[in-house]
Design a protein around this ligand. Structure first.
Ligand code: HAX
Length: 439
């Protein structure tokens, strides 16, 4: 076993003991009550899941193992000469619970580089789809094709003890993460660059190599990828992609099958596809107004028009957050350093000034502030990655880090099949009438 795997197992064993004792002593203690509104309205705020890798505070934003994004940007290892954290370090932190040293980060980087070879049949599966297929659909199909490599599925079929599940899930998670950049870059080059593929550069870090295979070899874009793949990795357990991965994993579907469930959820416009939607929304506004630099007044009018048409303003609002997303602010800071004059970036900043009071004025939108997706497209666009349909794939490559680290924890802690209780409206009506539960 590698030393990262050993450290993970030691941490998980200790955590298992603590959970056992928590359950013995406090298992019947109530965390919260559930209201009828919560049952009908997306289970908001019900603490019914345990996810060890990160925790979201509605005002402060995400913390990964207790560390905020500004803290991580300072504390995690950087590439030589770089300013942004290496996502390998965040993965180590989520898995082990401690800030890694540079050697730990290099170890993860080298492990992923070693495992990055993608079997040919995966490319054949991608090639079998029409080029016009949405990149997220191609991505999901490719992940399913990668599933032939699942060590967990093979071992399970041969018959292994429940105690060994975590070990095979860990191996699958590491291999899957290692291969995703190559798969994603292949889809990008196939769809947008005439199938002119770029071979991996084993000397580069995970994000740097991804930037290279996409065809963007300048240091600014590599730095953007390091930041991007770090900040999109995890957002506690209840969001659609994390929850779907966890849920499917709880049936002991292998990490490939579990992760693809998360990715089909990420492909929804209210979740990860919002980054594509934001750019589409800005582009449509610019086309309609015949400008690439709309004024704040013009933006305000366009927001009102969007709302009147019964559509959402993409990139704004959140199910949990109630302040500007720190992931938005991290990207804004990056843009201030690298591309403050870019007209698309300036439009994003102008929307940020104009949108919140208008959204708040509707009286129904609980969070009028921008989320992560409001900024990412403008940065990618600045470096020439203008194909917005591809943006959610980038998000997906990053999200793998969080949800697969969590899946390792799920199996190491022996979490059971997830199976919440559902009820009918008939049940609710009887409950309301009698004021008590109905069998
Ligand atoms: N524009 C217009 N209306 C919005 C809105 C927005 N940006 N955000 C919320 N609303 C509306 C909701 O549609 C809802 O309307 P109805 O009562 O008519 O159904 C009402 O305001 C109350 O919604 P809420 O409680 O504030 O928000 P929800 O928890 O239901 O939804 C969403 C959270 C993120 C889905 C929502 O804010 C939204 O649709 N935003 C735009 C899409 C987006 O940016 N998604 C990405 C979110 C972050 C993420 O997951 N990234 O991957």
């Amino acid at each position: 076993m590698g030393y990262v795997k050993d450290s993970f197992k030691a941490k998980a064993d200790a955590q298992s003991k603590e959970i056992k004792s928590l359950l013995e002593q406090h298992g019947n203690m109530k965390l919260d009550d559930v209201t009828i509104a919560q049952a009908y309205q997306g289970m908001r705020g019900i603490p019914g899941l345990v996810t060890e890798t990160s925790l979201l505070d509605s005002n402060e934003g995400i913390r990964f193992r207790g560390f905020s994004i500004p803290e991580l940007r300072e504390k995690l290892s950087k590439a030589e000469g770089g300013n942004e954290p290496l996502p390998e370090g965040l993965f180590y932190l989520m898995l082990i619970g401690e800030i890694p040293n540079h050697e730990n980060v290099e170890h993860i980087s080298a492990t992923w580089a070693r495992r990055s070879h993608v079997p040919n049949h995966v490319f054949d599966v991608i090639e079998a789809l029409p080029v016009s297929t949405h990149p997220m659909t191609q991505f999901c199909a490719a992940i399913l094709a990668l599933q032939t490599e699942s060590k967990f599925a093979k071992a399970y079929a041969e018959g292994i003890s429940k105690k060994e599940h975590w070990s095979y899930v860990y191996e699958d998670a590491m291999t899957l993460i290692a291969r995703l950049p190559r798969v994603a870059a292949y889809i990008y080059r196939r769809k947008y660059k005439n199938g002119e593929h770029i071979q991996p550069d084993g000397m580069l870090d995970w994000a740097g190599n991804f930037a290279h295979m996409l065809g963007y070899d300048n240091e600014g874009f590599r730095e953007l990828m390091r930041l991007y793949l770090t900040i999109h990795a995890d957002h506690e357990g209840g969001n659609v992609s994390a929850h779907a991965t966890h849920l499917v994993g709880s049936a002991l579907s292998d990490p490939y099958l579990s992760f693809v469930a998360g990715m089909t959820g990420l492909a929804g416009p209210l979740h990860g596809l919002a980054n594509q939607e934001v750019m589409g929304w800005i582009e449509e506004m610019n086309t309609e107004l015949n400008t690439n630099n709309p004024s704040k007044e013009q933006i305000a009018e366009y927001i009102k028009k969007t709302l009147t048409e019964g559509k959402v303003v993409p990139g704004y609002g959140h199910a949990v957050l109630r302040k500007t997303d720190p992931r938005f602010l991290a990207q804004m800071e990056f843009a201030k350093r690298h591309c403050p004059e870019d007209p698309m970036v300036q439009t994003v900043w102008n929307v940020y000034e104009v949108a919140p009071p208008i959204l708040e004025g509707t009286g129904k939108i609980k969070n009028p502030w921008p989320n992560v997706d409001a900024h990412s497209g403008a940065l990618l666009n600045h470096y020439g990655l203008v194909e917005k349909e591809f943006y959610t794939v980038l998000f997906g490559v990053s999200r793998a880090l969080g949800v697969l680290a969590s899946l390792c924890w799920d199996r190491a802690l022996g979490f059971p099949l997830e199976r919440p209780k559902s009820i009918t409206t008939e049940w609710v009506k009887k409950f309301v009438a009698k004021g008590e539960k109905v069998a």
